[in-house]
Design a protein around this ligand. Sequence first.
Ligand SMILES: NC(=O)c1ccc[n+]([C@@H]2O[C@H](COP(=O)([O-])OP(=O)(O)OC[C@H]3O[C@@H](n4cnc5c(N)ncnc54)[C@H](OP(=O)(O)O)[C@@H]3O)[C@@H](O)[C@H]2O)c1
Length: 229
Amino acid sequence: MTQQSTALVLGASRGLGFALTEEWLKRGWRVIATVRTPSRELSDLGGRFLGSLDIETLDIANAESVDALKDRLSGRNLDVLFINAGIARAIESSPGVADERDFLDMMLVNAFAPVRAAELLRSLVPAGGTIAIMTSELGSIQNATGSWQLYSSSKAALNMLMKGYAAQHARDRHTLLLVAPGWVRTDMGGSNALLSIDESIPLVVDMIEANRGKAGLRYVDRFNKTLPW
Ligand SMILES: NC(=O)c1ccc[n+]([C@@H]2O[C@H](COP(=O)([O-])OP(=O)(O)OC[C@H]3O[C@@H](n4cnc5c(N)ncnc54)[C@H](OP(=O)(O)O)[C@@H]3O)[C@@H](O)[C@H]2O)c1
C-alpha cells in the first residue's frame, strides 16, 4: 500500500489556504492546516474528511508560535510545506502618503515571516520534498506596472529572501516554489478579481505535483510557467 502524502498549509482559515487544504483532501492527502483563531469552515471540512485533517494554531508573525508548531509536529514527514499566509494593506497608497505601519506589517507577514517559517520548519521536509510559498504575479519587478505598489514590494522582498534561502540551503535537495496564483476572488483579491478560487487552486496543486522531486528554486504561475524576477 502506498503511504498517504502529507501537506502542511500555513494560513488555512479562508481564501486560498482553505481551498488548498480542501483540494489536497479531495486528492486523498493528509493535511495539517493552521489557523490563528478557530475556523468553523475548516472544522466542518475536517468532518467531511474524517481522520485526514489536523488543525493547528499558528501566527506566522510570531517566531515562538512557529517554533511551538515545529515541536508539536516533531517526527512528522511533510511532502509539501505550503506557506500561504499573507496580508494586503494600503493597496492604493504610496510611500509619500502611506501609514508606515501598514508597510512594515506587510514586510513582516508577507516577506520576512514566510522565509523564517521555511527556515524553522525545513527539517520536517525530507530530501525530495517541496516548500512552496504564496507570492504573487505582482512580486515581479520586471513586470511591475505600479499597481498595489506597497504590497508588490513586500512580495518582491519575499522573492529576494527566497533567493538567499535557496543558496543557503541547496543541500536540502528541496523543490522550492514561489507560487503566483493569479488574481483570485477572495477577501484579499476582492470581487473584481479575474478568477474564481476553482479556476486557480486545482491548477496550483497540479503545478506543485508537476515540480515534485525537481530540486531548486522557481518563481512560477499556476500554469507552471516561469515568471521573470
Ligand atoms: N487573492 C489573490 O488574488 C492573490 C493573488 C496573489 C497572491 N495572493 C496571496 O495568496 C495568499 C492568500 O491570499 P487570499 O487571497 O486567500 O487572502 P485572504 O482571503 O485575505 O486570506 C489570508 C489568509 O492568511 C492568513 N493570515 C494572515 N495573517 C496571518 C498571520 N500573521 N499568521 C497566520 N495566518 C495569517 C489569514 O488568516 P486569518 O483568517 O486569521 O486572518 C487567512 O487565512 C496571500 O499570501 C496573498 O498575498 C493572493
